[in-house]
Every structure is written in C-alpha cells, then in structure tokens.
Design a protein around this ligand. Structure first.
Ligand code: SF4
Length: 93
C-alpha cells in the first residue's frame, strides 16, 4: 500500500474536534484498538490543513475485517459518534 491508495475519511461529524471544519482536515488519522479515532482532540485552537483529503494513516483495530497489517483496506471510512465521541463507523466484524 502506498500513500496514494491510503483509505480516505469520507465524512467526520465530530464537530467538537479541533481538526473538524465541515469535515476532518488532519492529514491522516490513527484509529485505536477500540475503533475510536485516536487523533480526536477537543481544543480551543483549530488544527489541520484546509485543502487536505484526510486518510487513515494506521489502524490498531485488528479485529476489523478491513484491517490488514494494521492498515485499513476499506474503500473509505466514516468517523462519528459511536461508543466514544469519535469512532470509526465503518468498523466491520
Ligand atoms: S474500517 Fe476497520 S480497518 Fe478501517 S479504519 Fe475503521 S476499524 Fe480500522
């Protein structure tokens, strides 16, 4: 897998996150062991890059059907409120 075909984050509805401005603007996010977005951070400052297409840089959720070698192979993922404030909603058993 190269940077060109990393999995894009198609949608993120976590408006409390510093990287969210009508969607995620982090260059890449990490998804944690429990499928929560480990990049989520609710600060008073805004972060990220306005024109970036956010990608899943790494995923620790090895139980997901899309996880291969700790990378995501889904076509795209959605992030939003789930078990925590920011979860990968595309997690599939
Ligand atoms: S779809 Fe699965 S492998 Fe991809 S980021 Fe979400 S939990 Fe990780």
């Amino acid at each position: 897998m190269t940077a060109i075909d990393m999995t894009p984050v198609s949608n993120c509805t976590v408006s409390a996150c510093s990287f969210n401005d009508n969607g995620c603007h982090a260059f890449a996010v990490t998804v944690g062991e429990d499928a929560s977005c480990a990049t989520f951070i609710p600060l008073d400052v805004k972060g990220g890059i306005s024109k970036v297409v956010t990608q899943v840089g790494a995923c620790q959720r090895v139980a997901c059907a899309f996880n291969k070698n700790l990378e995501c192979t889904a076509t795209q993922v959605r992030i939003g409120s789930g078990g925590t404030a920011a979860d990968c909603l595309s997690y599939t058993e």
